[in-house]
Write a protein that binds this ligand. Structure first.
Ligand code: ADP
Ligand code: MG
Length: 684
């Protein structure tokens, strides 16, 4: 039931609106309907199809609050064609009174909802329902339904938005001629139409967001994103950077000492990095390469360039296990060349940490660590290059921190970000538009492809036998515990239980365990024992997901594989197949499988190319996961769809560069309209 009193925005409502991101008039104008309802026609009860939203006009016959089988309000209504029961499971006394009054006074009620044919005949659960005057006119056009939260009703939004439309500056910020050329209507026409569609507007085009008005809005949204990112990109190019012109003698020495030669792709990327590092503006490059493509050595070569040019390099990894592994590997490569490598992580004892911090601030040439590296206490003496491994695993806030840290220096360091979660092209073009991208599109030679097997957990015995056989053959095994996302405590318990069970089932073998709760040293010594072959089977949680590199491990078993995400499975599988041995990844699953679990397992079973998996993942889940923004609250694209609107993204990219060059004032006004105060976050 709804009244039509004038809306006053109380402080409480204001706060709720703020949570919806609605503060300025621009915000309300850009708060567009998620869908529309058709209230332009009435359907007789007898003619209403089930399961399709319809509007009815009825009189109330009977109102009764019931308490069995559960508390509910049942209202019988009728029109000339038949009768219907309405059912409200949550209801207030005031609602009952209003309905009783409508019954007593014979008032007309308009209902909107779906009819179901239940056990007791036709019924509607929780219809929208309001009293109207006799012969009240029907709306001429579709009713917008807005995204909202508890405490902010559709009516509130429907009343506030027209005020905003009248108040906001809807003037056209794009060149009209250019808009016509690209079949884009004006901004003002677009928002007016979407908030209050005229009767003749196509319902399908509105609902499916293919209407020209939607096209314009989507274009504007993507343009704002591109402007923000391209602006950041260009602004960085205005900044000075250390030019690292060293003749690459250290890199030569490192290459000469390696037991392998670089792939063509690695050589190409290293020259790109060398070129970037020699420029007078800071590098901002994303290195993408599938799991196992050999990113670490390329990063080490870049570090050599920085060091030979007289600067420090920092190498940051998202987990302690990975950071430590990098530390050992990089030390093995670089110390023989006379380079001082230091280690810094959050779990170091206080005194050691202080000593290391001091070292970072003074003599160390390469500093490896976790995000402890970006904590305020660390001040680098001459930081010239920052390398971030598995960058998608860092939160946006951490990335911003690091960038700010760099910017505090008069001269910001070069940045190399690495990611093994391949980013589909449209995503790279949108969310990463402020980065240059290099791709390692070739795996080192001699890798045998990993075989993937899907096995029901009822056949666990066979898998245990395979584990034994693998170890008898001289190889090692990872066993990944079931994922329990909801509870860290349960996750830990599961790991311990799995370890106990396997120790029994695999009697006589050496079984180790790593999980997130182990102390830094325990983790490190277990990983070391596994890397040096003193452990046969490593039971692990997803702490081993990223980066871990033990070439002798050739079998990976993932329990309850149906619980993992696609990129997680791909990353985990990438822990094997790193040596010359035939490798197998066994995905143990438990029935029944949900639709989406089945889809994921099918994709991972059929594909080994990380880019293809990522593309399908984007299709399944949308872009949120890729940009790591779920936790950060960065606004994703609300209207444009990265899969469907590729053309618009390309057009916006082009136009953004043009506007920033030729009409910066216009660009700035567009940004302000769309991003308000959120712009900062997008740059992370
Ligand atoms: P990722 O790209 O997943 O980080 P790594 O850098 O860990 O991959 O490399 C995977 C493995 O391949 C490592 O053991 C590394 O030493 C080895 N490797 C890297 N480049 C080559 C190459 N060109 N030839 C042979 N092995 C290589
Ligand atoms: Mg790696």
């Amino acid at each position: 039931m709804s009244g039509t009193d004038e809306i006053k925005v109380s402080p409480a409502l204001k706060e709720k609106l703020r949570k919806l991101g609605l503060m300025s008039s621009d915000d309300f104008v850009l708060h567009l309907p998620i869908r529309y309802e058709d209230e332009t026609a009435l359907t007789p009860i007898a003619a209403a199809p089930s399961g399709v939203p319809v509007q009815l006009e009825v009189k109330v016959l009977d109102v009764s609050a019931q308490f069995k089988p559960r508390r509910q309000l049942v209202v019988r209504v009728s029109d000339a064609s038949g009768e219907l029961a309405l059912r409200f499971l949550n209801f207030y006394g005031s609602q009952t009174k209003q309905l009783e009054l409508a019954r007593d006074e014979g008032k007309t009620l308009r209902l909107y909802g779906e009819i179901r044919h239940g056990f007791l005949g036709a019924e509607m659960i929780h219809p929208r329902c309001r009293v109207v005057a006799e012969n009240a006119l029907l709306p001429q056009s579709l009713t917008p339904i807005y995204p909202t939260t508890a405490g902010v009703s559709q009516n509130v939004l429907r009343k506030l938005i027209p005020f905003a439309l009248a108040d906001a500056d809807l003037s056209e910020l794009l060149d009209l001629h250019w808009c016509q050329q690209h079949q884009l209507c004006t901004f003002s026409d677009a928002v007016q139409l979407l908030h209050a569609p005229p009767p003749e507007a196509s319902e399908v085009e509105l609902q499916e967001r293919t209407h020209p008005a939607w096209q314009r809005i989507k274009f504007d949204e993507v343009l704002a994103q591109q402007l923000s990112l391209r602006h950041a990109y260009m602004a960085r190019r205005q900044k000075g950077a250390q030019q690292m012109n060293a003749p690459a003698q250290l890199a030569e020495q490192l290459l000469a000492a390696l037991p392998f030669t670089l792939t063509k792709a690695q050589q190409r990327v290293f020259s790109e990095l060398k070129y970037d590092l020699a420029q007078p503006y800071p590098m901002q490059r994303l290195l993408q390469g599938d799991v196992g493509s050999g990113k670490t050595i390329v990063a080490a070569l870049a570090a050599c360039q920085a060091i030979e040019s007289g600067y420090q390099a920092a190498f940051m990894a998202p987990t302690e296990i990975l950071a430590e592994q990098h530390y050992f590997k990089l030390r093995g490569w670089l110390e023989p060349l006379g380079i001082e490598v230091a280690w810094l992580s959050g779990s170091l004892k206080k005194a050691t940490k202080q000593a290391m911090t001091l070292q970072a601030a003074s003599t160390a040439q390469l500093i490896v660590g976790t995000h402890a590296l970006i904590q305020n206490s660390v001040d680098f003496a001459r930081l010239g290059l920052v390398i971030i491994d598995e960058q998608h695993r860092f939160g946006v806030a951490q990335r911003l921190d690091l960038r700010k840290k760099g910017e505090r220096n008069a001269i910001p360091p070069h940045q190399l970000m690495m990611s093994a979660t391949p980013i589909p092209r449209t995503l790279a073009m949108s969310y990463y538009a402020d980065l240059d991208v290099s791709v390692l599109d070739e795996l080192p030679p001699g890798r045998t492809p990993i075989k993937t097997k899907l096995i029901s957990d009822q056949r666990r015995d066979e898998v245990i036998a395979r584990v034994r056989a693998t170890i008898t053959g001289g190889r090692q095994v990872y066993w990944v515990c079931p994922l329990i996302e909801e509870s860290e405590k349960l996750q830990l318990q599961t790991a311990i239980d799995t370890h106990a069970a396997l120790s029994e089932e695999l009697d006589g073998l050496r079984i180790g365990i790593v999980h997130g709760r182990l102390k830094g040293e325990e983790k490190a010594s277990t990983m070391m024992a596994f890397a040096t072959g003193q452990i046969d089977v490593l039971v692990a949680t997803t702490v081993i997901e990223v980066g871990v590199d033990v070439p002798n491990a050739s079998l990976m078993v993932i329990e309850h594989a149906e619980r993992f995400g696609l990129s997680q499975l791909h990353q985990l599988r990438g822990r094997v197949g790193r040596g010359a041995h035939d490798s197998v990844c066994v995905l143990l699953y438990q029935r029944p499988l949900s639709e989406s679990a089945r889809a994921r397992l099918k994709i991972i079973f059929e594909n080994t190319d990380g880019f293809e998996i990522a593309r399908q993942d984007l299709h399944l889940r949308g872009p949120g996961e890729f940009v790591g923004s779920r936790q950060s609250g960065v606004p994703l694209l609300r209207y444009a769809d990265l899969e469907l609107d590729t053309d618009l993204i390309e057009l916006a990219r082009e136009r953004a560069d043009y506007l920033l060059r030729e009409a910066p004032e216009q660009a700035w006004r567009h940004l302000k309209r769309w991003l308000g105060r959120r712009e900062d976050l997008l740059k992370a």
